[in-house]
Design a protein around this ligand. Structure first.
Ligand code: URA
Length: 434
């Protein structure tokens, strides 16, 4: 087989066979196929697409490029959740303890943030001493004892995806449906949960900007996941503004804890209930959506989810006292309010730019390996649809210096679009594909 022939076949709209796809992924992972040929293939796929058989074959070939995690030591049903990425997305911090408190185990591998999106691990490291380094045995023991664990990726899973994703990132080929589907699913399949719930973001802050494109991605993810023998559900949700009321690290943990305590009830809890409902029903612990939702609500109201979260922080070496005492979370001391420069209604908050405000304050990484400051970030008091008076607070920036605070405050104001006419907020959950 020759890579140049496969590139031309795909360029001309041909369908690659399972054997061709396996040969290509194997050769690329080993370094036999150079980046320039794989770049051309990615661009050909970007324009010509792939059918479901090809997408499935690509997913399985990428899965087989590396190790799989053996979760057979975990008792009961194991669930996993993945989000296609968003600003202010702290969902795992709430969803894992809520679901665990209802009797379904969550075994999650997470990553660090890069650019405008934050990573779950960075947020959790706001707890002094918290660690995501653990052996497979420790991971499994903790999931059995506490109900969930969140670890960094240690095993060499899906090396093909690592190489390919880095290549796509610099060749304008990230936003290709078959490449996204295979990239997400190969990693989820390598972890090996029985139930996989996917949060597919839709809007200006997401890969998929329209509802139609997001539903297309959701359908493809569910179909390929099912073919691989998993129970997969995709929930399409809004990303036309940051998720929830905060963007940063410790400040997002603070919001997650306040939401688990029942102090806030916004779209963050709505999203966790929507995702959690799918997990409990697909896992078989709830007969229907209504029962699942009631179980999750009870886990929050009773304090059981918060207790699980504290047990999880302690099990991973973190200071669990900070779960109950927010003064122990490292919030930056210089605070500057951002005031509305006109009256009206919030039409849009540019999610990506809010992520960049947090990054400029030091809360995110420009390059892999950069240190981050857990204490900086932003709080947003006004969200899409809210009425605003001139001079009213839109948000607050948390910074280390006055100069950084002034600059970030100006940037945050620019993220807001305020219009004179009333704005109807679209439903947060746009659809469920199962
Ligand atoms: N997340 C991934 O892991 N891969 C993609 O291609 C897109 C989002």
């Amino acid at each position: 087989m020759r890579m140049s022939d496969l590139i031309m076949k795909k360029r001309d709209g041909g369908v690659l066979t399972d054997e061709e796809i396996r040969w290509m992924i194997d050769g690329y992972t080993k370094g036999d196929i150079p980046d320039y040929q794989m770049s051309a293939m990615c661009m050909a796929i970007f324009f010509a697409g792939m059918d479901m058989d090809e997408t499935y074959a690509l997913t399985m070939a990428m899965l087989d490029s590396g190790e799989r995690i053996d979760l057979s030591g975990i008792q009961g049903v194991k669930a996993d959740k993945h989000s296609t990425g968003g600003v202010g997305d702290k969902t795992s911090l709430l969803l894992c303890p809520m679901v665990a408190a209802c009797g379904v185990k969550m075994a999650k591998l997470s990553g660090r943030g890069l650019g405008h999106t934050g990573g779950t691990i960075d947020k959790l490291e706001s707890f002094a001493g918290f660690s995501v380094e653990m052996t497979d045995e420790q991971f499994i023991r903790q999931v059995n004892q506490v109900g969930f664990a969140i670890a960094g990726q240690t095993a060499d899973i899906c090396p093909a995806d690592k190489k390919l994703y880095a290549l796509r990132d610099v060749t304008g080929t990230v936003a290709s449906l078959p490449l996204i589907v295979s990239s997400i699913l190969c990693k989820k399949l390598a972890v090996g949960a029985d139930v996989i719930v996917l949060d597919v973001k839709c809007g200006s802050g997401a890969f998929m900007q329209t509802e139609e494109a997001a539903m297309g991605l959701a359908n493809a993810l569910v179909e390929v996941g099912r073919r691989a023998g998993k129970k997969v559900v995709a929930v399409v949700t809004d990303m036309d503004e940051p998720l929830g009321a905060t963007v940063g690290n410790a400040i997002e943990v603070h919001e997650a804890l306040a939401t688990l305590r029942g102090e806030y009830r916004g779209e963050l809890m709505e999203l966790c209930l929507a995702l959690g409902t799918q997990i409990l029903r697909e896992s078989g612990v709830a007969a229907d959506d209504e029962t699942a939702r009631a179980m999750l609500e009870k886990a929050v109201e009773s304090g059981a989810a918060l207790e699980r979260f504290a047990a999880f922080v302690k099990a991973q070496g973190g200071d669990s006292a900070a779960v109950y005492d927010k003064s122990l979370l490292p919030l930056a001391p210089v605070r500057k309010d951002v005031l509305a420069d006109r009256a009206g209604y919030v039409k849009h908050i540019q999610a990506e730019d809010v992520g960049l405000v947090s990054m400029h304050l030091g809360g995110g990484r420009a390059a892999k390996g950069d240190d981050i400051d857990p204490g900086v970030g932003v709080a947003l008091y006004k969200k899409v649809g809210d009425a605003v008076a001139a001079g009213e607070r839109l948000g607050t920036v948390f910074a280390r210096t006055e100069q950084a605070a002034d600059q970030a405050a100006g940037m945050l104001l620019d993220c807001y679009e305020i219009v004179p006419e009333k704005v109807e907020r679209a439903p947060y959950v746009k659809g469920v594909v199962k």
